[in-house]
Design a protein around this ligand. Structure first.
Ligand code: CO
Length: 207
């Protein structure tokens, strides 16, 4: 008897439905993956990468953590970025945050949350960089603006990683994107962080 049997039943139904549409789907997919996109998003259960952009298995390489943070000492995230860029040769890295992010809220609330507070320090750094702008907003607007600013800072972080810098040095076709998702209406918003060269990144970082 399988534990969580209902999930295996759902899996069977899902695989059957896909095979009904295309009997070779899984055998073709098992031969190789050639995704064009690396998605770095929040672990939040309401922000599933493939479903939001309506792409099937095989199209998006995914890394998720609390509050979609790219830290230069995080071997997990950096390994994903390296594999995606150097082996899979993705053409786009998308950092996707979301409004109302629990990690962002927790970073602002001055309470103790245990181990995770060490991770949230990275978001508090983002708050510090933008303290002046954030201090002018009411609580709800401050959370949502910090959700946006966090995406913008994480695009800069991934762009400044050695993996992305080296890719641009060898003229690889690689662009960065900063997006934010609204759980309330299911819509994505582009935060105008489309960056295709090291020079363009420098310019954004100086702004
Ligand atoms: Co979140």
């Amino acid at each position: 008897m399988k534990t969580l049997k209902f999930l295996f039943d759902r899996n069977q139904g899902w695989a059957d439905a896909i095979k009904k549409d295309n009997p070779h789907f899984f055998s073709q997919l098992s031969a190789q993956q050639t995704p064009d996109y690396l998605w770095i998003g929040c672990s939040d259960s309401r922000v599933p990468a493939n479903q939001i952009v309506d792409l099937p298995p095989g199209e998006v390489f995914v890394h998720r953590n609390i509050a979609n943070v790219v830290v230069h000492t995080d071997l997990n995230c950096l390994s994903v970025v390296q594999f995606a860029v150097e082996v899979l040769k993705v053409k786009h890295i998308i950092i996707c945050g979301h409004y109302g992010c629990g990690g962002i809220k927790a970073s602002l609330d001055q309470k103790a949350h245990g181990l995770i507070d060490n991770w949230l320090r990275h978001i508090q750094d983002v708050s510090r960089f933008h303290q002046k702008e954030l201090s002018l907003l009411n609580d709800e607007d401050r959370i949502n603006r910090l959700c946006e600013l966090n995406v913008i800072e994480q695009v800069k972080n991934v762009g400044n990683s050695s993996v992305v810098q080296n890719a641009w040095k060898r003229d690889a076709e690689l662009s960065l994107h900063g997006w934010i998702y609204s759980i309330e209406n299911g819509m994505l918003k582009d935060l105008d962080m489309c960056i295709e060269t090291a020079e363009a990144l420098d310019k954004k970082c100086r702004l």
